[in-house]
Design a protein around this ligand. Structure first.
Ligand code: HEC
Ligand code: HEC
Length: 295
């Protein structure tokens, strides 16, 4: 019953043209939603990785005749092919939910191939806050162990854009401002390969947190989180929905406030901005605590 309800909410959310601001993305959103609803678990396949390698072999350095400021432009160029690719992948794969995540993960555009071993050697400046394996023990520093590689790359690049970027955070900006695309890819590969530790929800928040996570809030139009982040909070790699399960509640809560207040505005099509706008502080606190205990 609950999941039927959230499906309905989700559908109305998707079908409502005003909810999705970005013009080119309606189809992609649907694709993502469908995948999410089906609970397709995205596993990165070797095939996908090789494909990426083959597609983008030469972008590692600035050898191309572009100026040093190429990052932002290069980034938006990469995005378009991705999205159309995701859409075009869909029809062929629709009947096979079990495999679609794996094939669709060829879509994310990575300019360079990350090497986890090389990445490990580049973590000296990260360990102080994120821990040696990406499992931070301080609640406002996120756990990044086991997070999807493409998601990590995207966040690090967004931080690197600094104050003009969609996710400005001074301490992280300082950490990444001098990193190359290759460094970022390697670091992301390393953290993605680590195992994340789990957490616990606070008893008093479980009931309301679970209600929002699994059913959203019909009155205020909050979409159920599980629609995208999955019933177990593991997200969907192909659809670019990050893992949430086990993350520090304080960090989650901060992010929801940042999305709501416009400090963080980097979710595709403004999905998270739009959802968090409909949530009050109490709901944010409860769902954040619930997520920390999810596994
Ligand atoms: C001084 C403490 C500190 C150091 C050192 C640090 N970080 Fe962070 N990191 C943070 C904080 C705080 C955030 C959350 C920022 C926000 O709220 O937007 C964060 C966020 C992140 C995120 C986003 C996580 C997510 O789930 O979206 C990634 C990825 C990350 N850091 C990677 C790194 C890497 C790689 C390094 C080393 C190059 C590093 N950090 C060094 C404090 C730190
Ligand atoms: C329509 C799909 C969708 C729904 C529904 C959704 N999310 Fe998200 N969420 C996303 C996407 C996509 C991102 C990644 C944003 C990015 O790329 O920076 C995200 C990111 C997040 C993050 C940041 C994670 C991090 O590591 O920094 C949090 C926290 C979050 N979502 C919580 C929630 C909660 C709580 C709900 C339910 C109230 C929810 N989301 C519902 C799509 C969704």
């Amino acid at each position: 019953m609950k999941s039927r309800l959230s499906l309905l909410i989700l559908l109305s959310f998707v079908l409502n043209p005003i909810s999705w601001a970005a013009p080119q993305s309606t189809d992609t959103s649907k694709t993502e939603q469908n995948q999410a609803v089906k609970g397709a678990k995205a596993e990165k396949s070797d095939k996908a990785a090789n494909k990426e390698k083959a597609q983008k072999p030469t972008e590692t350095n600035g050898d191309q005749s572009k100026p040093a400021t190429e990052e932002p432009a290069g980034k938006s160029e990469e995005k378009k092919p991705d999205e159309s690719k995701a859409v075009e992948n869909k029809p062929a794969e629709a009947p096979k939910p079990a495999t679609e995540g794996a094939s669709a993960s060829a879509a994310p555009g990575k300019p360079v191939h990350g090497d986890a071993n090389a990445g490990k050697g580049k973590t000296q400046t990260c360990v102080a806050c994120h821990g040696p394996d990406g499992n931070s023990t301080v609640p406002n520093w996120p756990k990044i162990a086991g997070q999807y590689q493409d998601y990590l790359v995207k966040q690090l690049k967004d931080f690197r854009l600094g104050e003009k970027g969609p996710r400005y955070e001074p301490s992280m900006y300082g950490m990444v401002v001098n990193l190359t695309d290759q460094d970022i890819a390697d670091l992301a590969a390393f953290y993605a390969s680590q195992k994340q530790t789990m957490g616990k929800a606070k008893e008093e928040y479980v009931a309301i947190g679970e209600k929002i996570y699994r059913g959203g809030n019909i009155q205020t139009g909050v979409t159920a989180c599980l629609a995208c982040h999955g019933p177990e909070g593991i997200g969907n790699e192909a659809a670019k929905f990050p893992k949430l399960a086990g993350q520090h509640a304080v960090y989650i809560e901060n992010q929801l406030h940042y999305f709501r207040d416009g400090k963080r505005k980097n979710s595709p099509n403004g999905m998270m901005e739009s959802i968090s706008h409909r949530m009050n502080d109490e709901e944010i606190k409860a769902v954040s605590s619930y997520i920390e205990g999810l596994h």
